[in-house]
Design a protein around this ligand. Structure first.
Ligand code: SAM
Length: 265
């Protein structure tokens, strides 16, 4: 069984504490692999256009929403379960002068605090791997979309070579993922909840893990240590887990996927 006992509380502890700062240090405020280029590729696949109204499920710091608002003039609502992330997203959005277009709600995306049929698109970037009940998440995505609405997301997934139970347990426990889906797993959940799958493709991953490891060991070491309270042993232990994941990525056992679906009806 590749499921861990990770709960939403464990995930909130990560994003309410120093681990989130560590991820922001290596990835930037868009806490996903590939940053802006990944977001623009997702937006292009999804056909995001001016005037659309969207919801970012697991919006974190809201950086993806600000990018979409700047680039396409969309209006969006962000939902995230970690209070610290929602407060910081509001603060940064205010500073960017985008508070008229973007709003944030604290909540669990498996019971999202938004009305039925409210949105043209649902957005998610490298975050749904953290969600315990992925079936309910996709059901919520379908509920909040208008007919013909689009769900567009990237996610960390099990790769084509597959993970053994032990490998999955080690990576999921380190990352605080309850479990990871696969390309086929996400496509099946989308179909189950009434989406026509337009895209389900593997996208770059290993190259980014290489990049993060290189930055942490050659440029950002003292910044990372400061975030971890100068705990050298913790830094090294986390480094060993990242290295394990890097090797799994190069072996095709863990990767990322991009998914676009259209709500039927
Ligand atoms: C990797 S971050 C998301 C990064 C963001 N999409 C971006 O590209 O910048 C993961 C986020 O998912 C949120 N999260 C995880 N499970 C959640 C749930 N069930 N409901 C709401 N938010 C959740 C966490 O609080 C965290 O802010």
């Amino acid at each position: 069984m590749k499921r861990t006992s990770v709960t939403l509380k464990d995930v909130q502890a990560v994003y309410g504490g120093p681990e989130a700062d560590l991820w922001e240090l290596v990835m930037g405020e868009q806490i996903h692999a590939g940053g802006m280029m990944s977001s623009l590729a997702l937006a292009k696949s999804a056909g995001i256009a001016s005037g659309m109204r969207g919801v970012d499920l697991c919006c974190c710091l809201g950086a993806g929403m600000r990018l979409l608002a700047h680039t396409y003039g969309v209006r969006m609502c962000g939902v995230d379960a970690t209070e610290r992330m929602v407060e910081e997203a509001r603060r940064r959005t205010e500073a960017a002068g985008l508070s008229d277009n973007l709003e944030y709600r604290l909540g669990d995306v498996t019971d999202a605090p938004v009305k039925d049929g409210e949105f043209d698109f649902v957005w998610g970037e490298d975050a749904w791997c953290y969600v315990v009940d992925k079936d309910r998440l996709i059901r919520e995505a379908a509920r909040v979309l208008k007919p013909g609405g689009i769900v567009a997301f990237t996610d960390w997934i099990e790769g084509p070579r597959g993970l053994s139970d032990d490998e999955a347990a080690r990576i999921n426990t380190f990352m605080k993922f309850p479990d990871m889906q696969s390309l086929d797993g996400w496509a099946a959940l989308l179909e189950k909840h009434g989406f026509q799958v337009k895209e389900s493709v593997e996208i770059d991953f290993a190259v980014f893990v290489d990049l993060y490891m290189q930055m942490l060991t050659t440029q950002l070491t003292s910044d990372a240590l400061r975030i971890l309270g100068n705990d050298q042993a913790l830094f090294e232990a986390m480094g060993a887990e990242m290295e394990f994941m890097r090797q799994a990525a190069h072996a095709g056992k863990i990767t990322r996927g991009r998914f676009v679906g259209v709500k039927k009806g």
